[in-house]
Design a protein around this ligand. Structure first.
Ligand SMILES: Nc1nc2c(ncn2[C@@H]2O[C@H](COP(=O)(O)OP(=O)(O)OP(=O)(O)O)[C@@H](O)[C@H]2O)c(=O)[nH]1
Length: 251
């Protein structure tokens, strides 16, 4: 997995599966490293778009597993609590010379971390709320997570960001999917749709992500949360600034 990095820390226990540096399942034919000169594409011709997507929901519903399955194709049955926030990047060659990079933010679901501050939701263009089909209480919490998203991030036009609902662990025999109820729920609560997924059996993960990416590209045509550069102060060095590398306080 192309692990973006840990914002706080990662997990408690160790899983050899996860601690490796496996690259994201990269479906881009990388021009510079591609020896096939017939297919060479000049970097300048490639459009790259980076979008931040939040994955939220109660603890242990499968957020990290969905990201891992999508980015690396791997599933691990071990539970490793996410501490704080973690993120991974998935590159998709959406069309010729157009790369979509999804930066997937895996937000800790355990109540011991409370809800994340607004800072972690900033610049997100979409979110995925996950619940566990075998634990009804995790569905009850979906509305709370939805309100949390709405209160912390909006698009440039102040509208809510698109949110997709994932009913995960559909592989379990205790899981029951009430399609009519979920259709109604999504309509009433302004979700763009829902998928019954399984990170374990790799069901509907790619389909759900494809659906969301299409929606993101639609939204991005006219609307995007402010980008970091539009929202930061530039600090310029002046003649009065006497600091140089040799005067580091850490030396
Ligand atoms: N059977 C089954 N188990 C799953 C599935 N997805 C995740 N799990 C298991 O559920 C447990 C929790 O999965 P995680 O992906 O760590 O859950 P999370 O939502 O990231 O949890 P937090 O980090 O606490 O927020 C792990 O033991 C996973 O192996 C699934 O689709 N089917």
């Amino acid at each position: 997995m192309n692990k973006g990095g840990d914002i706080f820390a990662k997990e408690f226990d160790t899983d050899p599966d996860f601690s490796d540096n496996t690259n994201t399942t990269n479906i881009i034919s990388n021009n510079k490293n591609n020896n096939n000169s017939n297919n060479e594409i000049d970097d300048a011709d490639v459009e790259k778009h980076l979008y931040k997507v939040l994955l939220i929901g109660d603890y242990a519903v499968g957020k990290s597993s969905i990201i891992k399955r999508y980015c690396t194709g791997i599933f691990s049955p071990n539970y490793k609590l996410t501490i704080g926030v973690d993120f991974s990047v998935k590159d998709i060659e959406w069309e010729k010379n157009k790369i979509v990079s999804l930066q997937l933010w895996d937000i800790a679901g355990h109540e011991r971390f409370g809800t994340m501050t607004r800072v972690y939701y900033r610049y997100a263009i979409a979110a995925i709320i996950v619940f566990d089909l075998s634990r009804p209480s995790t569905f009850d919490a979906v509305t709370k997570w939805r309100e949390d998203v709405n209160s912390k991030v909006v698009l440039a036009n102040q509208e809510p960001i698109p949110v997709l609902l994932l009913a995960n662990k559909s592989d379990l025999s205790t899981s029951y999917v009430d399609s009519d109820m979920l259709d109604r729920f999504c309509k009433e609560n302004n979700f763009i749709g829902w998928f019954a997924t399984s990170a374990s059996s790799d069901t509907n993960i790619n389909e759900a992500m494809h659906f969301l990416t299409k929606e993101i590209l639609e939204v991005a045509k006219t609307n995007h949360p402010p980008k970091p550069e539009e929202d930061t102060l530039e600090l310029t060095k002046t003649n009065d600034d006497k600091s140089d590398n040799s005067k580091s306080c850490c030396k």
